[in-house]
Design a protein around this ligand. Structure first.
Ligand SMILES: Nc1nc2c(c(=O)[nH]1)N[C@H]1C(S)=C(S)[C@@H](COP(=O)(O)OP(=O)(O)OC[C@H]3O[C@@H](n4cnc5c(=O)[nH]c(N)nc54)[C@H](O)[C@@H]3O)O[C@H]1N2
Ligand SMILES: Nc1nc2c(c(=O)[nH]1)N[C@H]1C(S)=C(S)[C@@H](COP(=O)(O)OP(=O)(O)OC[C@H]3O[C@@H](n4cnc5c(=O)[nH]c(N)nc54)[C@H](O)[C@@H]3O)O[C@H]1N2
Ligand code: SF4
Ligand SMILES: [Mo]
Length: 667
């Protein structure tokens, strides 16, 4: 096989697993993509979605050239233009906006399309350029802000266990996390623990495919997890199983938190959570007497009014049980806090301080914005209050630029579209948020059509605008060298040369890793327990009885899409079938609904259409429909974000995707 080459890369998608992959290239064409068998976390497998990534890079609807709008906003009518024309028009418009309205009238709206440190949000791609222009800052709060803040309050960091250590646990709580769908590589480590006798419990309002595979499943009322945590700890205290030595040496606020726990006996918690008291008691007994216990809680559990507090209080559990002492104990939320790549966005280039706009508040914060620059994001598919966003994007006075790979709903509203490379076509540096490895992505093939990477697009635009700041022209490899040069011990010996040769490397952390062996990264060095009255905040949906919309809607990860990525892939759409909404038999009977019937799921914000699936996978009062559909490819032209309100969680301004009240009616 002459000309065949194997190129090491990494999956760029917003998934905790950040897989290592190998691209086979034959005569300049990528012909095969597979998971790297040598990588200890990937272990040779990708997933049902990314197995189709190569086909996706070669899809017929890929955007290959710069485009200029010719029809009304939203029509998706464009003409092909040259890069020179695109850069010229953009330069003229940006200069005029800065002159007339100031740089803050520009909103650089960067999403999670790639987690690359060069091309994507982890390194805040493009920010140096925006700083020179004085553009508004962008708070990427759409995913993990609430939970991260909650854990930070408890532990001083959102980071915790090495997820691989789940293999050492004897009790595993999969708490508001759908492992087999949203990051399935962890499952092997859970199976290893099981082989050593571990008991696995899933806590979720939906009996997911993960719950099906667990030893035990507790159906919880959405948004009530912090109360469950207090109830479980109530049993731990009744058993006198708290780790007094750990509490004395490593915590602060224990007497007050202890009182709060005592105010949450199992019966009361059963009423709040909807879980039978006997089941709470039985799990509390297991928690009291099983060391080490590992808690896996990820992003879904925080998408509620009290989402930050949920992680804050669940995060307190290993402080009471002393699980942090043991390899295999603690909480595994995200490993991002263990990554110490040095991101220099050159804040010194800003002439004056600028405001920060909030990603999930696009609909309400766009009023005085004159240029919306969307990259690696699809707000019309993914951001709350889809109908209000659509009205905003239709504004004639808003200059919208979208850097994209595919003709999304958001692209339809662009004035200028810039074609973006995909992962096999550009350099990038990655770290997982579900493991402890860094990965290098070497381009395997030339960019398709006239596509450019994010870094190259901003270099060319800077040059076209005649900007003289030298750091705007740093090459990708120079940027990677800078990222790796923080001097943090976890990166010692990890050079770009080594990464390019080996493809991936584990950061320098001991194995097994005990994150807080030397104390917690709080000012006192101690874990901080929640204050009295602040350990549980009820969800918005607790108001169901007083609302014309009595059903609590949960909109979790879809198995075949990654957010809205792959929402246009014909094979994955075929597998996903038509959109469904899970409805409990009692709720279906009360409304006279039958399985397969097309319904409107609606509230004051809008509606989306789906087919009813009558199922005991959800409790009465709860309905569920996954995220990720493209509105324009969905019946009725809307997805669940039509009924998701732009409403803050208690911390980090996080969104409430799983905390909305709806009614379900025949279409
Ligand atoms: N296949 C696939 N994988 C993905 C994604 C995808 O779209 N598709 N998205 C990626 C991204 S961006 C992220 S952030 C992660 C998200 O992945 P996860 O963190 O797993 O988040 P969700 O799927 O939103 O929710 C996880 C589970 O929490 C449950 N849940 C919802 N509300 C509550 C609650 O109040 N309490 C409890 N206990 N459970 C609750 C949901 O029913 C769901 O089963 O996955 C990533 N991986
Ligand atoms: N209802 C509901 N909605 C949700 C959620 C939910 O649980 N329920 N979850 C939320 C979560 S967790 C997240 S993280 C957000 C994600 O929301 P967004 O950040 O908006 O992500 P996506 O919708 O996946 O859109 C990413 C876009 O980036 C493009 N892209 C990919 N790679 C590149 C690249 O290298 N360059 C450029 N220029 N473009 C690229 C893709 O083609 C895609 O259209 O969605 C949120 N939306
Ligand atoms: S989406 Fe997740 S599981 Fe699938 S290949 Fe990418 S990192 Fe791996
Ligand atoms: Mo996310």
């Amino acid at each position: 096989m002459s000309g065949e080459l194997k190129v090491l890369g990494a999956c760029p998608l917003d998934c905790p697993d950040t897989c290592s992959w190998i691209v086979t290239v034959d005569d300049g064409k990528a012909v095969k993509l597979r998971g790297n068998p040598d990588h200890p976390y990937t272990r040779g497998a990708l997933c049902v979605k990314v197995n189709r990534y190569l086909e996706h890079t070669q899809a017929a609807d890929r955007i290959l050239h710069p485009l200029r709008r010719t029809g009304p906003k939203g029509s998706g009518q464009f003409e092909r233009i040259t890069w020179e024309e695109a850069l010229e028009e953009i330069s003229v418009r940006l200069r005029a906006i800065v002159e007339e309205h100031g740089g803050e009238a520009i909103w650089p709206y960067l999403g999670t399309g790639t987690l690359g440190y060069l091309q994507g949000c982890e390194g805040v791609a493009g920010r140096r350029f925006w700083n020179v222009l004085g553009a508004s800052k962008h708070f990427l709060n759409i995913c993990a802000a609430a939970g991260g803040s909650g854990l930070h309050r408890t532990n001083g960091t959102p980071a915790g266990m090495d997820p691989e250590n789940l293999a050492l646990a004897k009790l595993i709580l999969l708490w508001g996390t759908n492992t087999l769908t949203s990051g399935h590589h962890l499952w092997k480590f859970i199976q290893d623990a099981r082989a050593n006798g571990a008991h696995v419990v899933a806590i979720d309002p939906i009996r997911t495919r993960t719950a099906d595979q667990a030893d035990e499943y507790l159906p919880i009322r959405p948004g009530t997890d912090a109360a469950l945590a207090l109830g479980l700890l109530n049993v731990v205290l009744a058993e006198n199983a708290q780790d007094e030595e750990f509490l004395a040496e490593h915590s602060e606020g224990w007497p007050e938190f202890r009182e709060e726990i005592l105010r949450h006996p199992v019966g009361k918690v059963s009423e709040i959570t909807g879980i039978p008291a006997a089941d709470i008691h039985s799990l509390g007994m297991k928690l009291a007497h099983t060391r080490p216990t590992a808690i896996r809680a990820t992003m879904g559990i925080q998408r509620h009014a009290g989402g930050g507090t949920a992680l804050r209080t669940i995060g307190a559990i290993p402080g009471v049980t002393g699980d942090w002492r043991h390899p295999g104990g603690g909480i595994a939320y995200s490993t991002s806090g263990h990554v110490h790549l040095d991101i220099d966005t050159r804040e010194d280039l800003l002439a004056k301080p600028v405001r920060t706009l909030v990603m999930t508040k696009l609909a309400s914060q766009l009023d005085d914005v004159k240029c919306l620059w969307v990259y690696a994001a699809n707000p019309l598919g993914s951001t709350p209050d889809g109908n209000a966003i659509r009205r905003q994007l239709a504004r004639e006075d808003l200059f919208t630029v979208v850097m994209e790979q595919f003709p999304t709903d958001t692209v339809d509203y662009a004035d200028i579209v810039l074609p973006a490379t995909m992962q096999t076509e550009h350099y990038d540096l990655h770290a997982g948020y579900g493991h402890m490895y860094l990965l290098w992505n070497e381009p395997a093939v030339e960019p398709a059509g006239e596509c450019l990477s994010t870094t190259e697009t901003f270099r060319r635009l800077a040059a076209h605008m005649g900007l003289t700041e030298p750091s705007l022209y740093d090459s990708d490899l120079e940027l990677a060298e800078q990222l790796l040069s923080s001097g943090h011990p976890s990166l010692e010996g990890i050079t770009l040369d080594r990464l390019r040769k080996e493809g991936w490397v584990r950061m320098n952390y001991p194995k097994p890793f005990i994150p807080f062996a030397d104390g917690f990264p709080t000012p006192s060095g101690r874990l901080r327990f929640p204050r009295a009255g602040q350990a549980y905040i009820p969800p918005h949906t607790a108001q169901a009885e007083r609302s014309p919309y009595p059903l609590a809607l949960v909109t979790p990860a879809a198995h075949t899409f990654l957010n809205t990525i792959f929402g246009n892939n014909p094979e994955l759409r075929r597998r996903a079938k038509d959109p469904v909404v899970l409805v409990n038999p009692a709720d279906a009977a009360a409304r006279g609904l039958v399985s397969g019937q097309r319904v409107r799921v609606h509230n004051d914000g809008g509606e989306f259409l789906a087919d009813v699936e009558i199922s005991d996978r959800v409790a009465a009062g709860v309905v569920a429909s996954p995220k990720g559909r493209w509105p324009k490819l969905s019946p009725g032209g809307a997805n669940p974000n039509a009924v998701v309100a732009e409403r803050d969680a208690d911390m980090g301004k996080g969104p409430g995707y799983h905390d909305n009240l709806v009614e379900v009616s025949p279409a």
